[in-house]
Design a protein around this ligand. Structure first.
Ligand code: ADP
Length: 167
């Protein structure tokens, strides 16, 4: 049984992430998506919200599980009995960072290998942060995220607006 993890912030999940999830779910017997509590980033969505959105969008994939985690990614891999960690590559800019990360992780855990999938061509320009920025300025994000996620982003922005009006 080959298990892989796919770790990330997923704040929120985009069509780019979902493409990687669909494709890697076919490569491995079991895929555990790890939603990271990243103390260095202030997220738009809570961990629970991010997990819930991914669960909804991957409900049709029986070998995919979604969990949250904090701490080292290699520990999350081991806890889940995973020998592989999937990462997506969009552009050369991703490559440098991802290469360093994979070397570091292999140093920490030689038993966990990083597997890179290049992005689907039509998703190469998509990132969670650009999606949020476009939504913030009222732009169309239908090509970036599924309808349910778009709805959640709009709700967050409306809530944020209400909060700052009160302040
Ligand atoms: P992180 O904070 O770990 O970078 P992200 O949620 O931004 O978390 O990304 C998780 C993984 O998904 C990373 O490997 C990233 O390169 C990949 N990824 C993000 N967006 C895309 C996309 N549009 N196409 C393919 N891979 C992507």
């Amino acid at each position: 049984m080959k298990t892989a993890i796919y770790p990330g912030s997923f704040d929120p999940v985009t069509y780019g992430h979902l493409d990687i999830i669909e494709r890697s779910s076919k490569l491995f017997d079991r895929l555990v998506i790890g939603v990271l509590l990243n103390v260095q980033k202030v997220p738009m969505f809570t961990l629970e919200e991010r997990v819930e959105m991914i669960k909804k969008e991957t409900a049709h994939l029986p070998n995919v599980e979604v969990k949250d985690f904090s701490g080292l990614t290699v520990d999350f891999a081991r806890e889940n009995g995973a020998g592989f960690m999937v990462r997506g590559l969009r552009a050369v800019t991703d490559f440098e960072y991802e290469l360093q990360l994979s070397h570091t992780n292999r140093e920490l855990a030689p038993d966990v290998d990083t597997v890179f999938l290049t992005t689907g061509l039509k998703y190469g320009y998509i990132s969670s942060s650009v999606t949020k920025e476009i939504a913030y300025f009222g732009g169309d994000i239908t090509k970036f995220v599924p309808p349910a996620v778009e709805e959640r982003i709009k709700e967050k922005l409306a809530d944020g607006g209400k909060k700052s009006e009160q302040n």
